[in-house]
Design a protein around this ligand. Structure first.
Ligand code: FE2
Ligand code: FE2
Length: 167
């Protein structure tokens, strides 16, 4: 029989992970909104719409789910807007120079989704079987972020896919 070491559940750690994810959602939403308004070119209108829809889901669904869960712990979301960058695990990405290089903007968003997927996987792994409410939140959001990532990849041109995969 093997004895498995299970790290005791640290509520402060869960709260910190939730707050960091909350900041990531706002930062991603800002980047997506900026992308919608910045990109130029003949396919930009359709892609802008997509980015605005995604930004909405990050704030109205994900950030809200996290804020609701934080309330269960009697914690408010960060009050100081300037702190969001500091708290964010994924940070604000480097912005592409050329507004006509839409693939570059999409690739940055794909990286943001991948970072989000990783942090929600960490949250899921930490809470798995020990905090079912947060575990379910993480599982639910991972599903959305994976869908976002796939949708973004589908918006890339053939050359964009090549740039993303490096092949
Ligand atoms: Fe999100
Ligand atoms: Fe997302």
């Amino acid at each position: 029989m093997s004895i498995e070491f299970v790290e005791p559940l640290d509520q402060k750690k869960i709260i910190d992970m939730l707050i960091s994810a909350y900041a990531d959602e706002w930062i991603a939403a800002y980047y997506y909104t900026l992308t919608a308004y910045a990109i130029r070119g003949h396919v930009s209108e359709e892609i802008s719409e997509h980015f605005l829809k995604e930004a909405e889901e990050e704030i109205e669904k994900h950030a809200r789910m996290i804020a609701d869960r934080l309330q269960d712990f009697n914690i408010d979301p960060p009050r100081d807007f300037r702190k969001l960058w500091e708290i964010s695990g994924c940070k604000y990405p480097e912005i592409p120079e050329d507004p006509h290089d839409i693939d570059a903007w999409i690739i940055v968003a794909i990286k943001a989704e991948e970072c989000a997927i990783k942090s929600y996987r960490d949250l899921y792994a930490y809470t798995h079987g020990r905090d079912p409410v947060t575990e379910e939140l993480a599982e639910d959001i991972i599903r959305d972020e994976v869908r976002h990532r796939t949708n973004l990849i589908n918006l890339l041109s053939k050359d964009g896919v090549r740039r993303l995969t490096g092949v």
